[in-house]
Design a binder for this molecule. Sequence first.
Ligand code: SAH
Ligand code: SF4
Length: 362
Amino acid sequence: MQKSFDTILQQNSFTKVDLVRMLLAKGEEQDRLFAQAAKIRSQYVGNKVYLRGLIELSNHCRKNCLYCGIRRGNKQTDRYMLPDEAVLQACEFAYKNNFGSIVLQGGELTSKQYVSRIENLLMQIKKLSNNELGITLSLGEQSEETYRHWFEAGAHRYLLRIESSNCELYEKIHPRNIIHDYNRRVACLKLLQKTGYQVGTGVMIGLPFQMPNDLAQDLLFIQSMDIDMVGMGPYIEHKNTPLYQYKDLLLPIEERYWLSLRMVAVLRILTKDINIAAVTALQAIHPEGRNMAIQVGANVIMPNITPGDFRNIYKLYENKPTISQDDEDNIRVLVEQIKSTGNETVFGKWGDSLHFSNKHTI
Ligand code: SAH
Ligand code: SF4
């Protein structure tokens, strides 16, 4: 006999078939899914939202991911690298506004000079904030040694999305060469865990060739890798990328939006105590996107604090919000919006993943 939807929602462990069923929920079933995710979120991580100021360090990248607007092969974009002063100024802004943490994100670069520059920057950020700002990095695949240097210099969380846990799909959305290797990406996640970071991963939702089964598999991958934090959101096509040719195969953008929200909800129900980010790509589709994600299980928000002149050039996808909607005056608005979702914004805390501390106290 087929299980009822409500029976599935109440379970403690889930098969891939259960996950697909939840991911495809519509109408009233979708409402019940969202309500269950909100309940679990409040039970396990509380009605709190943590802030990380997002600094987009650079759009130079050595890679050529077929979906990404800042891929090396895109000659139609200006390239920039934030000078140290601009990074430090953004960190001061985050510190002064009591954000608790920052995220330093950028294209993948691996030169010796770059690695030691990041190391120095990390130490300076720690110093200017009296060791108080928590630092998350999202700077791609690096050697074990680099990960260790950066950890020792003060970073304690790292985001590296698997993009898709289906190796075949991964290969369809990346060039087939040694620097775009699926196994290497998984190995990096393990290296990061070994080094001591709280590790985040995630996927793009609504990619061409992606099936509901793949997304269910992605959720199980996140669970089986014992991941501490997740940032995942809709794939948004960019016209100067090779993947754009498949735009007619994509789900309509609104469908991708709701599917992404269901992914967040199902992930919360599945993994319970991890940190989940309400990502900017949702906001690119719908002005209420991030708030909706918070309502259905996300508990982290990453306001963009990249200095204004640069943030317009960091275009991973099209329609990326570029107005300076996250600056000082707007923090109050953000807090109000979060409040309207029934949640409280937490200031001055790192807001580490409970999953990470739970697994280290057992
Ligand atoms: N270079 C680093 C971090 C910057 S890219 C890395 O790749 O890990 C950060 C994320 O942007 C990627 O992981 C990818 O999931 C997302 N991204 C890139 N292009 C995108 C697109 N067209 N639509 C949605 N997300 C995209
Ligand atoms: Fe570079 Fe990251 Fe974009 Fe890939 S997704 S091209 S690694 S910035």
